[in-house]
Ligand binder design. Structure first.
Ligand SMILES: NC(=O)c1ccc[n+]([C@@H]2O[C@H](COP(=O)([O-])OP(=O)(O)OC[C@H]3O[C@@H](n4cnc5c(N)ncnc54)[C@H](OP(=O)(O)O)[C@@H]3O)[C@@H](O)[C@H]2O)c1
Length: 239
């Protein structure tokens, strides 16, 4: 689980721990991961491996997959969750920020999927019913454009495309992929809009975790490429 230390990733890690998954967790801050690992073990995870890594640095990602493989041998599920949200109009957007956004939100997901495929294929070969799963956190802004979120939305649209192609290439062999594309979820990431979108009107972390849980429970014979989650009380075409 990437981006496991806070928000949606933390919620997913806890749900998986309660279900008895062994977990590899990552984010940038090792002290957060140490504390989280202890909490996940207390929740029921039989084994938790942690490794701090910056998703902006592809060189750190191979090591992450290597640590998981050395510990568990296969990978039942890859949760591509870490992401950053940066708002700004196209006219004013800083190109250095654009590079970082693409790196964390898209390139890291691509590199992790590519690096994890041998472990995912091994898990799929071992489980003829369930196969192996990839779930990526996209965003409703990758489906419906939103002013000020052009760069962020484009990275999330790219993830949707990546997941679709992965299904075309791998689902016949049991590795299926899904993208979850929510509107605003009540986490640290959305604190910047709290003055115009009250936190108690946002999708909850638990809602997103329940969708991920449903996707992970499917057999290898069904692939749901995307789940778009709107906020109640909106048109459904906005964050
Ligand atoms: N919240 C929303 O409204 C919303 C809506 C749609 C989609 N999403 C997507 O859902 C995912 C999770 O969002 P969230 O709301 O849970 O975010 P969050 O609360 O801000 O948590 C982000 C997580 O990603 C990690 N992270 C951030 N930058 C990183 C980097 N460069 N390298 C490694 N880890 C990094 C953070 O840990 P460190 O900072 O310690 O590294 C943290 O664990 C993201 O992909 C986001 O785009 C969120």
């Amino acid at each position: 689980v990437t981006g496991a230390s806070r928000g949606i990733g933390r919620g997913i890690a806890h749900r998986l721990a309660r279900q008895g998954y062994g977990l590899t967790i990552t984010s940038r801050t090792e002290s957060d991961l140490v504390a989280l690992a202890a909490g996940l073990i207390a929740c029921g995870a039989p084994q938790v491996v942690y490794r701090a890594a910056n998703m902006a640095n592809p060189d750190e990602l191979g090591d992450l997959v290597g640590v998981h493989g050395a510990t568990f041998g296969t990978m039942d599920a890859l949760i591509v969750n870490a992401g950053v949200g940066t708002a700004g109009s196209i006219g004013e957007f800083d190109l250095g920020r654009l590079d970082r956004l693409i790196g964390v939100n898209f390139t890291a997901g691509f590199v992790l999927m590519q690096g994890s495929l041998p472990l995912l294929r091994a898990a799929a070969a071992a489980d003829r019913d369930r196969g192996a799963k990839i779930v990526a956190l996209s965003s409703i802004t990758g489906v419906y454009s939103e002013p000020e979120l052009a760069a962020y939305g484009a990275t999330k649209a790219a993830l949707l495309s990546l997941v679709e192609t992965l299904n075309l290439e791998e689902s016949g062999n049991g590795v299926t992929a899904s993208a979850v594309a929510p509107a605003f979820v009540n986490t640290d990431m959305t604190a910047y809009v709290a003055d115009r979108v009250p936190a108690d009107t946002m999708i909850t972390v638990d809602d997103v975790v329940s969708v991920v849980d449903m996707l992970l429970g499917l057999s290898r014979h069904a692939s749901i490429t995307r789940v778009v989650m709107a906020r109640s009380g909106t048109t459904g075409y906005c964050a």
